[in-house]
Design a protein around this ligand. Structure first.
Ligand code: ACM
Length: 528
C-alpha cells in the first residue's frame, strides 16, 4: 500500500476513534447550562440512563420525577422507597446550610444521580439543571449524562418576568406555559400586569362591571377577556407548584381607563381621552352611568398616561379599598403591585396622596406594596419595594428612602423592544435590544446610588401592545429572558458575552426541545 494511503487510513482511523471517544458527553464542565451554576466539577465518566433507571424520592416529588421521566422519553418507575442502589434520587437534606432555601447539589456518579437540597425549591432547581443534561436517547437506547458535582444557589432572591395581559389578553393555558418556561430557568416571580387603559382582566366581585365591561376589548379592538377569581387561583396554584410567586398589579392612579369605562362614578374631568381608539363595547356590557357621571369609552389605542382616578370622586377610595382587599384575599404571595407609573394627568399633590393611601391599604391587607419607581415621590420607606424601569433619579431616590429595588431597566430588559429594525413585532421607544445588550449589564452598577444592598433582584417585563399570542410571547422573550434569568441567578464574576454566546448557541437545541419559538439572533452561532 502506498505510504500516503496508509498514513491517511491511519489518521482516518484515529479521527474515527477520537470522535467515538468524544461522542459520549463525559465532561460535565462543558455542558451548556443556563443559568450557569455556581460551581461544576467534572469527573470524566458518564451515568447511563436507560428505561430501567428508577426515580427515588418522597411522594412530594412525584410530579417533578414525572417531568424528568417525560424528558427521557422512557416510562421510568418512581418509588418512595430508598432501597435501590442505582437510580436518580431527589432528597431533602439539611447538610449544607450555605445553599439556603433555593440552592442544591447535583451529584452525578456512574451508578446514581443525587439531587440534595435544604428545601423543596432547591430540589426543583436541581431537577431543572438535570433536565438540561438529558438529551434524546442515543444508540442502544441510552442517555449518557456526564459525571461530576454541581453546587448551586441563586444570587438574587427576586428573579422575575412580567406579562402584560391587559394590552392583549393572554389565556390561562398560555400563562401556565410561560410559568413552566420561566421556572425551568430558575425564575421565581411572575408579575401579572392585570389592568391598564385597554382592559381590566381580573374579576372583582364587588365591582363586577370592571371585568365584564372593562375586559371586553384590547389594543386593536379585538376580543379581550378576563380571569375569573377561580382562573386566577388556578394560575397561582400552578405557579406555586413550580416555586413561582404571582405578583398581581392593578395599575393606579393612571393607566386606569378600563375602570373609568366600567363605572361613571370613577370617571373624572382630569382624564384626557385620546382622539382615537374609542370603543363602546357590546350594548349588554356597557359601563354604568352614575347620576350625571358618564363612563368613558373603552380604549383600543397605545397612548399612555392620559387617564386618572380622582380623589374628588366619592367612589374612588371605596373602589381602591375593595379592589385591593379582594386581590389580597386571592393572592397567597406577600406582594401587591399598585403600578403608580406615568401618571401624567394626575396632579402631583394628588398623586402623592394616592400612593400614600395605597401604601396604607396594602399594609392593612398584610401585603408588601410594590410600585414603579415614580412612587419615590411619595412618603415611601423600607417597607415598600420600587421597580426601576426608566428614571434613575426616581430609582435612586426610592433606594435612598430605604425601599428595596427590583431592577427592570427598560434599555436592557424590556422584552417588547425589537431586536433590530427587522423584528416583525415589538416597539423601539428605548431603542433596539439585541441579545447581547440584554445580557451585558449588572444590577449593582446600573444606577448611581443603587448598590448590592438595595437590589432585591431582576425582572424582565413583556409589554403587550404588539404581542398577541404565545408565538409572539416566546419570540420576544426568548432568548433574552434566559440571559436575564442568568443575571438573577448566577455569580457576576467572570460573566461575559463571548463565553455566554457560545453556551447559548449550544443551548438552542434545548430550547427547541422545549418547543420554544425563539429568535435566532445572528450574533449567536446556533448549533443544530
Ligand atoms: C412602564 O413601562 N410604564 C413601567
Amino acid at each position: 500500500m502506498h505510504l500516503l494511503t496508509r498514513l491517511s487510513l491511519f489518521f482516518g482511523a484515529v479521527l474515527v476513534l477520537a470522535s467515538c471517544k468524544n461522542t459520549p458527553p463525559t465532561n460535565l464542565a462543558s455542558e451548556s447550562l443556563i443559568p450557569k451554576p455556581v460551581s461544576v466539577t467534572a469527573t470524566g465518566d458518564a451515568f447511563e440512563l436507560t428505561s430501567e433507571t428508577i426515580l427515588v424520592g418522597d411522594a412530594a416529588f412525584a410530579v417533578l420525577a414525572d417531568s424528568i421521566a417525560r424528558a427521557t422519553g422512557f416510562d421510568l418507575k418512581f418509588t418512595e422507597e430508598a432501597s435501590p442502589k442505582s437510580g436518580i434520587f431527589l432528597t431533602l437534606d439539611s447538610v449544607d446550610q450555605d445553599l439556603g432555601q433555593e440552592g442544591y447539589t447535583l451529584v452525578i456518579e456512574e451508578d446514581k444521580i443525587t439531587i440534595k437540597a435544604n428545601a423543596p425549591a432547591g430540589v426543583f432547581y436541581g431537577a431543572q439543571t438535570l433536565l438540561q443534561l438529558i438529551s434524546k436517547p442515543g444508540e442502544q437506547n441510552k442517555i449518557l449524562i456526564p459525571t461530576g458535582t454541581i453546587r448551586d444557589y441563586p444570587k438574587y432572591e427576586w428573579r422575575g418576568s412580567m406579562l402584560d395581559v391587559s394590552r392583549h389578553f393572554i389565556s390561562v393555558a398560555d400563562v401556565k406555559r410561560y410559568i413552566d418556561l420561566i421556572s425551568h430557568y430558575k425564575m421565581n416571580v411572575l408579575h401579572l400586569h392585570l389592568t391598564d387603559d385597554q382592559g381590566w382582566r381580573i374579576e372583582i366581585k364587588s365591582w363586577p362591571n370592571l371585568a365584564v365591561h372593562g375586559g371586553v376589548t384590547q389594543v386593536g379592538g379585538g376580543k379581550g377577556g378576563y380571569y375569573t377569581q377561580e382562573d386566577y387561583k388556578g394560575i397561582v396554584a400552578h405557579a406555586a407548584s413550580r416555586f413561582v410567586t404571582i405578583v398581581p398589579e392593578i395599575d393606579m392612579p393612571s393607566h386606569i381607563n378600563a375602570a373609568l369605562a366600567a363605572y361613571g362614578s370613577l370617571n373624572n374631568p382630569d382624564t384626557k381621552f385620546p382622539k382615537e381608539g374609542n370603543y363602546m363595547g357590546p350594548a349588554e356590557t356597557r359601563g354604568i352611568v352614575d347620576g350625571n357621571s358618564k363612563p368613558t369609552d373603552l380604549y383600543t389605542g397605545m397612548e399612555v398616561g392620559w387617564s386618572t382616578l380622582s380623589l374628588s370622586k366619592p367612589a374612588t377610595l371605596q373602589f381602591v379599598n375593595d379592589v385591593i382587599r379582594e386581590l389580597a384575599e386571592i393572592t397567597p404571595g406577600p406582594y401587591l403591585h399598585i403600578g403608580g407609573d406615568e401618571a401624567h394627568v394626575t396632579k402631583k399633590e394628588e398623586y402623592i396622596k394616592f400612593i400614600n393611601h395605597f401604601t396604607e391599604i396594602v399594609k392593612a391587607n398584610n401585603k408588601t406594596m410594590i410600585g414603579w419607581e415614580e412612587i419615590a415621590q411619595a412618603d415611601i420607606d423600607g417597607n415598600v419595594i420600587a421597580q426601576h424601569w426608566a428614571s434613575e433619579k426616581h430609582a435612586a431616590e426610592a433606594a435612598a428612602k430605604g425601599a428595596k429595588i427590583i431592577m427592570s431597566p427598560s434599555k436592557k430588559v424590556y422584552l417588547d423592544m425589537q431586536y433590530d429594525s427587522t423584528t416583525r413585532i415589538g416597539l423601539h421607544w428605548v431603542g433596539y435590544i439585541e441579545v447581547d445588550d440584554s445580557y451585558n449589564w449588572d444590577p449593582t452598577t446600573r444606577v448611581e446610588g443603587i448598590t448590592r444592598e438595595n437590589v432585591l433582584g431582576v425582572e424582565a417585563p413583556l409589554w403587550a401592545e404588539t404581542v398577541v399570542n404565545m408565538t409572539d410571547i416566546e419570540y420576544m422573550a426568548f432568548p433574552r429572558l434566559i440571559g436575564v434569568a442568568e443575571i438573577g441567578w448566577s455569580p457576576a464574576e467572570g460573566r461575559n458575552w463571548e463565553e455566554y454566546k457560545i453556551r447559548l448557541g449550544k443551548h438552542g437545541r434545548h430550547m427547541e426541545g422545549l418547543a420554544i419559538d425563539f429568535y435566532r439572533s445572528p450574533k449567536v452561532n446556533w448549533s443544530n
